[in-house]
Design a protein around this ligand. Structure first.
Ligand SMILES: N[C@@H](CCC(=O)N[C@@H](CS)C(=O)NCC(=O)O)C(=O)O
Length: 214
């Protein structure tokens, strides 16, 4: 062990992105192990058989293998921007809608070929209900955040999925009426922190030299 928590991660995974941002915000330095989802390392599967990223292995051996738990653990260690210090019920409800219904609609919109019951536009329309919800939340907070006048846990947990949604048909998204959501997304994407957590790492093998994050 390098004396730092080990983070198994996949650069483009929205769950891993939310975990990495929380770890970066909490100033927690990790040993980063970039994985390929089609060829997961045995070391990761040995500590979390369900085989999803992110997985965080702490120095004491504790394993945290759900992205929201990684975020909470990180912010409980240190939360300099007070991301946890906002309305908890509203935060939980929004994240639940995101991780449940919205994520399902997003997958159908993105991989519509696999769901031939309906058209791609149909799935997008279903997903748009959540965008409208976000738009209303942002309007209440002058565009600054979903549950407060600043970014907090909900924003960081949700934006990677909206980013993914936006890239399915970027022109459509840029021309859509979700103006607050578009601004909110580009504000986060342009932040130095986001750039930092999207840094590229070579795929990890146990013979690599140790790579650190952030
Ligand atoms: N509930 C998990 C979901 C994580 C998840 O599904 N991650 C995807 C990558 S985006 C994954 O690892 N999938 C496994 C695979 O594709 O084999 C969490 O929040 O951490």
């Amino acid at each position: 062990m390098s004396g730092h928590p080990i983070l198994y991660s996949f650069r483009r995974c929205p769950y891993a992105i939310r975990g990495r941002i929380a770890l970066a915000a909490a100033n927690i330095k990790c040993e980063l192990r970039e994985v390929v989802l089609s060829d997961k390392p045995a070391e990761m599967l040995a500590i979390s058989a369900k085989g999803t990223v992110p997985v965080l292995q702490l120095d004491d051996g504790q394993v945290i293998d759900e992205s929201l738990d990684v975020m909470h653990w990180a912010l409980q260690q240190s939360d300099p921007e007070h991301w946890l210090n906002v309305n908890e019920d509203e935060t939980q409800l929004l994240i639940k809608c995101n991780d449940g219904e919205f994520k399902q609609n997003l997958d159908r919109y993105k991989y519509f070929n696999r769901y031939p019951e309906h058209s791609q536009e149909y799935y997008r329309k279903q997903a748009e209900a959540f965008l409208l919800n976000l738009e209303e939340h942002l309007q209440v907070n002058n565009g600054s955040g979903l549950v407060a006048n600043k970014l907090s846990l909900a924003d960081i947990a949700i934006f990677p999925f909206i980013r993914q949604f936006s890239r399915v048909d970027y022109d459509w998204f840029l021309n859509s009426p979700y103006h607050e959501t578009k601004q909110w997304l580009s504000h986060i994407e342009e932040s130095q922190r986001f750039q930092n957590v999207m840094k590229k790492y070579l795929t990890w093998t146990n013979t690599n030299k140790i790579e650190y994050f952030p």
